[in-house]
Design a protein around this ligand. Structure first.
Ligand SMILES: Cc1cc2nc3c(=O)[nH]c(=O)nc-3n(C[C@H](O)[C@H](O)[C@H](O)COP(=O)(O)OP(=O)(O)OC[C@H]3O[C@@H](n4cnc5c(N)ncnc54)[C@H](O)[C@@H]3O)c2cc1C
Ligand code: SF4
Length: 326
């Protein structure tokens, strides 16, 4: 490790004043990702600001039915919250499919949104990696790319976004609340994470000095009929090879509306909008599910070791649709 300044703040004003617009300052919440990255010399903040004393630890149902989740709500608390597990089971299931109980007890809502890729070359500092060191190349393109993305890729980076929670949030109408020295703003979830394009080192639209305060989920009555399916190499403590979050509004055997998002396959949490539009108005049956899965993966591109994900992702979607729609 290398020397850095550590400070602890007690409120959002203190956090914002401590961070200023310093590009070399970072917040730490659960610490389950940033500390690993620091120990491996991948991230080297000069100033680390502990925000665990901030008052963003509640889950509130708003008067309009939206759910406001504090940035510091732990993944376990969110997963087991009665409102979330009853009305948004896809989110609860996605959270509980992630990491391990100990990690979920530490990991926070904001930290989970901002966790970095698990591409092995990103963590191996002797290997070229455009995300870690822009302009050095991408070792995964011709290397061992079994865990890598098949959607949203570029010739600069094919790393997946690793979060399970974010797949469920992508399927819902989620808004990120951010505060900095200039004031407060909101960012729609779909615009928050960025595709790699030519700048894979930039994961999201946050600017230096931005503090995430809350995540807001819009009320979605049919989200109580939802499922998260995750396929991985072992049953726990493992990132997704593929995953699917599905919510369906089904009436009299017909799908009225759907939400479908994918994990383990996209360079960002992946909303399958074309598949959602396709199933609306169709019977809830195998034929519809298979066609929707095909549409969701229509633009997928497999590499030497990960082409199997195209079929696996389709099957994950079909399984989630079967579980939800019957
Ligand atoms: C062994 C292992 C297995 C795992 N398996 C899975 C898995 O299967 N599925 C999965 O989804 N995840 C998995 N994870 C990842 C885990 O979910 C993340 O490490 C965790 O969610 C990060 O949250 P945190 O609060 O610890 O973030 P931290 O490590 O504290 O921070 C992460 C980043 O967020 C920034 N940050 C934190 N809070 C704020 C804020 N309020 N405003 C602005 N910036 C902020 C930090 O500066 C840092 O850049 C695993 C992790 C490990 C170590
Ligand atoms: S896929 Fe992305 S993170 Fe992985 S080596 Fe290539 S540039 Fe780096």
């Amino acid at each position: 490790m290398y020397p850095f300044i550590f400070t602890k703040v007690n409120d959002s004003a203190g956090a914002i004043s401590a961070v200023g617009t310093n590009p070399h300052a970072k917040f730490i919440s659960g610490g389950t990702n940033i500390l690993d990255l620091m120990k491996m010399n991948i991230e080297k903040p000069e100033l680390l600001i502990d925000i665990n004393n901030l008052d963003f630890k509640k889950i509130d149902v708003q008067s309009n039915g939206n759910i406001l989740i504090g940035a510091l709500v732990r993944n376990s608390d969110l997963a087991y919250n009665a409102t979330i597990s009853k009305h948004y089971p896809l989110l609860s299931q996605a959270l509980l499919a992630g990491a391990s109980a100990q990690l979920r007890n530490m990991a926070t809502t904001a930290g989970n949104l901002l966790q970095r890729t698990r591409c092995y070359y990103f963590y191996d500092t002797v290997m070229p990696c455009n995300k870690r060191e822009p302009g050095t190349g991408c070792s995964a393109l011709t290397g061992y790319n079994r865990m890598h993305a098949i959607l949203g890729i570029s010739d600069k980076c094919i790393a997946t976004h690793p979060s399970d929670m974010c797949v469920a949030l992508a399927a819902l109408d989620t808004i990120i609340h951010v505060q900095n020295a200039s004031g407060k703003r909101t960012i729609p979830f779909a615009d928050f994470h960025l595709l790699p394009g030519d700048t894979p080192h930039i994961d999201n639209v946050l600017q230096p000095g931005d503090l995430i305060t809350h995540v807001e989920i819009a009320a979605l009555p049919f989200a109580n009929n939802s499922t998260y399916v995750k396929v991985r190499d072992r049953a726990s403590y493992e990132f997704a090879l593929t995953s699917a979050a599905v919510a369906l509004d089904v009436s009299g055997g017909t799908i009225k509306a759907a939400r479908i998002a994918l994990g383990g396959v996209g360079t960002k949490p992946w909303r399958a909008t074309a598949a959602e539009q396709f199933v609306a108005g169709k019977p809830a049956n195998e034929e519809t599910y298979e066609a929707a899965a095909g549409l969701a993966l229509k633009d997928a591109k497999g590499y030497q070791y990960n082409a199997f994900k195209i079929e696996l992702a389709k099957r994950s979607i079909i399984s989630a649709l079967q579980n939800t729609g019957g």
